[in-house]
Design a protein around this ligand. Structure first.
Ligand code: ZN
Length: 158
């Protein structure tokens, strides 16, 4: 595994729609391993493939630091409720902003072996799921910030 360079806002790759993954090749396996390593190294709670320059529908999320989700081709099935809070992004370093998200989401995806899985999340996990899935369609949270971007601490970045 290796660390990959995290692309930052202004990089065109962050604005593109990512492609479905139909096969877990050795390259895709390496990518997933590298994404996990890169996320942990950066103290993030989530990372999407376009953030390391790869236009594939893959995200990794770990809100506890010990139990990562690997989600391939994820899509939101259900969402409900509302939460408003600070959010950050490893691709927008040093900044955070207030974003309103659903408080609960249910996501269908495939795991690293392309088996179908369903992940349900509330609060921070729901926020991370929404945030990371939007990366796969070329969107950044800054488009949704209420008010101005603020200076953030590293532990708030996703
Ligand atoms: Zn992000």
């Amino acid at each position: 595994m290796a660390l990959r360079k995290i692309r930052e806002i202004g990089d065109e790759v962050l604005t593109k729609r990512c492609k479905e993954v139909t096969e877990v090749t050795p390259r895709v396996k390496d990518l997933i391993g590298d994404m996990l390593e890169t996320m942990y190294e950066a103290d993030g709670v989530g990372l999407a493939a376009p953030q390391v320059g790869v236009l594939k529908r893959i995200v990794v999320i770990d809100v506890t630091g010990e139990d990562p989700y690997i989600l391939i081709n994820p899509r939101i099935l259900e969402s409900s409720g509302e939460q408003t809070g600070k959010e950050g992004c490893l691709s927008v370093p040093g900044k955070c902003g207030v974003v309103t998200r659903p408080n609960y989401v249910k996501v269908a995806a495939q795991d690293a072996a392309l088996n179908p899985i369903v992940v349900e999340g509330e609060e921070l996990l729901a926020r991370a799921l929404c945030h990371e899935l939007e990366h796969l369609d070329g969107h950044l949270y800054v488009e949704k910030v209420e008010g101005a971007l603020m200076d953030a601490q590293a532990d708030e970045e996703e």
